[in-house]
Write a protein that binds this ligand. Structure first.
Ligand code: BDP
Length: 648
């Protein structure tokens, strides 16, 4: 029980009676899955157009003791097969089943931040799954298992490589490797996309420029795209991080993001390929970082080709434990937008902390109407670890991302329930209810012990795991330092983004802008995001801001302790291996929660000068000891890491 089976612990040898209209790689998979695991009435697969069904939609009908799965496409039937099995495994009544399902989005895409050397940027589950050195000749079994897992939850696209893209991925040699993966994924309805480096023509073929309006450059991309489609006819398209964190882009040549994206879009258009152009841009300018993507992209609204989708992170800064939604959503009425979520827990305790993220993504959908988006993407948390995601419960985030990409109206609770039942089998209902509660509370717990009340980006430099609100590094970019975000001083704490400050509030629709602008109406969970608040400010609870902050940190710690109790009480019902793995991770999480609480409270206390309320647990660390904790700096985000390591 090493967790390698994910949520797909289907029974074997059920010998169900299944019929399909024809043989094909995709239909054969659907038939085999059902033959092995389906325990009910005979199942008939039917390919049929139907006004109510989109291409990948399907219907499940039970009549005269026969089940009919209908879809206009083979992939739709494969999804129907997995849906039927999910109903069986979660104990839903299949006899009365009359289900019609259509995906909310045609594009449901994982973004792997995988490098060619098999390291994974912000990956906490081992190495990259893609063994580039052995490809295309040696094909790991895991490639197929990966595709199957994605198909079982409706994910239909995968960007194989890091957005900080190596030009090498577009070399003839690597395209053969990509093709090998695409061939394995195809029967599962999973299309391959690539992140591309905007300066690839310069890096690969020594062109003197990558200017998107240059004829040679345009020709280069056209030829490259042609080459790709010759070997991968259903290639999906490109994902681009341009002029962001040191990546090259059209602005290097005096062109706009739209001009850059359109040049690639034109090359892909004849093959129905798309460009996902990221809006994650910011520079160490005077403008509040939270405002920058909007300032740069909103004026370009309407200028993008129709096969470009602008991919926007859910929040205006960067995948923090809690952010308000990015105001770009809703601001670009004439441009298709897609939301980028981060499944990997870069800012939520890596693969050590249990943090079920569906509630966070649902919170986003409360503000951004699902129908206003063209697609969704999730930064994958998958690697070579036996359990794929580093933490058994991190599998739930891969699962939830797929389910929500299929249908954002599903509830976090139902998704947790489905996942629990399929992952651990059926439990007594009280145990199941407790585990579900633990999952549903877990994101808020992380927010509480890391960054409550709208605090953000007070992570340690580089690794984004532990707290370092005091971090100050000579010569570092100010917007990469925690003090840029928390702004603690003797008067108070928080970033003033109100109309008296950076006025980021003005980027939101009027009613929200008004609400956020006023310290008395701003929701408390965003208070320190939008306001610099005096320590003695009265909160809704009647406490001062300082006391409230202390209570949030303390609550976070207590919530994790509760998770430990819930988990230990489930021991009898969980296999030993996964039980112990999660138990020991919860111990780490409990220790980390105390570390966060002590670090932040002891540090901020130097400004507030107020006592930690006596009813809450006392710090067990000295601030000066915590300030000595340094994990190794090991990522690209810190170009001056040698200098920094020396400075420490
Ligand atoms: C930040 C990560 C960095 C990514 C960047 C991005 O720290 O590793 O490259 O986002 O999304 O959160 O491009």
């Amino acid at each position: 029980e090493d967790g390698s089976h994910l949520w797909l612990r289907l029974p074997a040898n059920a010998h169900a009676e299944i019929s399909a209209p024809r043989q094909s790689p995709t239909l054969n998979i659907a038939v085999e899955e059902l033959q092995q695991a389906w325990k009910g009435a005979p199942v008939r697969l039917v390919i049929q157009k139907d006004k109510q069904l989109q291409a990948e939609g399907f219907r499940i009908r039970h009549e005269d003791n026969k089940i009919t799965l209908t879809s206009p496409t083979e992939t739709g039937l494969l999804y129907a097969a997995y849906h039927l099995l999910r109903m069986q495994e979660t104990g839903q009544n299949v006899v009365e089943a009359q289900t019609t399902e259509n995906p909310a989005y045609n594009l449901r895409i994982l973004n792997h931040w995988d490098n060619m050397d098999r390291t994974v940027e912000r990956g906490y589950a081992g190495q990259s799954l893609w063994n580039w050195e052995e490809l295309p000749n040696t094909l790991s079994d895991r490639y197929k298992e990966y595709a199957r897992a994605n198909a079982s939850i409706g994910i239909n696209g995968t960007v194989l490589n890091n957005v900080n893209a190596s030009p090498k991925i577009l070399s003839a040699e690597y395209l053969q490797k990509v093709k090998a993966l695409a061939d394995i994924f195809r029967p599962y309805g999973l299309r391959v996309y690539l992140s591309v480096n905007f300066a690839s023509p310069m890096a690969l073929d020594s062109l003197s420029t990558a200017d998107p309006l240059d004829k040679e450059v345009i020709r280069w991309w056209k030829n490259k795209v042609k080459e790709i489609y010759r070997i991968i006819p259903d290639f999906g398209g490109f994902l681009v991080k341009a002029n962001s964190e040191g990546q090259p882009g059209p602005c290097d040549f005096g062109r706009t993001h739209a001009e850059g994206a359109n040049m690639l879009a034109d090359a892909l258009k004849p093959y129905k390929g798309i460009v996902m152009w990221r809006a994650f841009v910011y520079s160490p300018s005077d403008a509040d970082r939270a405002k920058q993507a909007y300032l740069e992209f909103e004026p370009l609204d309407g200028q993008f080709r129709n096969n470009v989708i602008v991919q926007v992170k859910n929040g205006p800064i960067d995948f923090q434990p809690r952010e308000p939604y990015s105001p770009l959503f809703g601001a670009m009425q004439h441009t298709p937008l897609m939301a980028e979520f981060q499944v990997t827990q870069e800012y939520l305790g890596h693969s050590n902390h249990l943090a079920y993220l569906a509630p966070m993504w649902k919170e986003f959908f409360e503000f951004v109407a699902p129908a206003s988006l063209k697609a969704v993407a999730g930064v994958a948390n998958i690697g070579t670890d036996a359990n794929w995601c580093g933490h058994t419960f991190a599998q739930a985030n891969w699962y939830a991302f797929g389910r929500l990409a299929w249908q954002p109206s599903l509830s976090s609770g139902n998704i947790a329930d489905e996942w629990l039942k399929q992952t651990f089998g059926s439990q007594p209902s009280d145990i199941n209810a407790q585990l579900k509660k633990m999952m549903l509370d877990s994101h808020e717990a992380v927010v509480n012990y890391m960054m409550p009340l709208g605090l953000h980006h007070i992570f340690a430099w580089g690794h984004h795991y532990g707290p370092e609100p005091w971090c100050s590094i000579p010569g570092a970019r100010p917007d990469w330092l925690p003090s840029y975000y928390h702004r603690a001083d003797k008067q108070g704490i928080g970033f003033d983004r109100s109309s008296k400050g950076s006025n980021a509030v003005a980027q939101y629709p009027e009613t929200l802008a008004k609400q956020y602008d006023n310290i008395d109406t701003c929701p408390e969970e965003y208070l320190l995001w939008f306001h610099h608040v005096p320590w003695s400010h009265r909160m809704k609870s009647g406490r001062s801001l300082w006391d409230e902050l202390c209570h949030h940190y303390d609550n976070g710690v207590r919530q994790v302790r509760d998770f430990q109790k819930i988990w230990d009480a489930a021991e009898k019902y969980i296999d030993a291996e996964r039980f112990h793995e999660v138990q020991s991770k919860l111990k780490i999480q409990a220790r980390d929660a105390v570390w966060w609480k002590d670090a932040c409270l002891l540090y901020f206390q130097e400004f507030s000068g107020m006592p930690i309320p006596y009813e809450i647990e006392r710090p067990i660390h000295e601030l000066k000891d915590l300030q000595k904790v340094h994990l190794p700096i090991s990522n690209y985000e810190c170009p001056t890491k040698e200098l920094l390591n020396k400075n420490r």
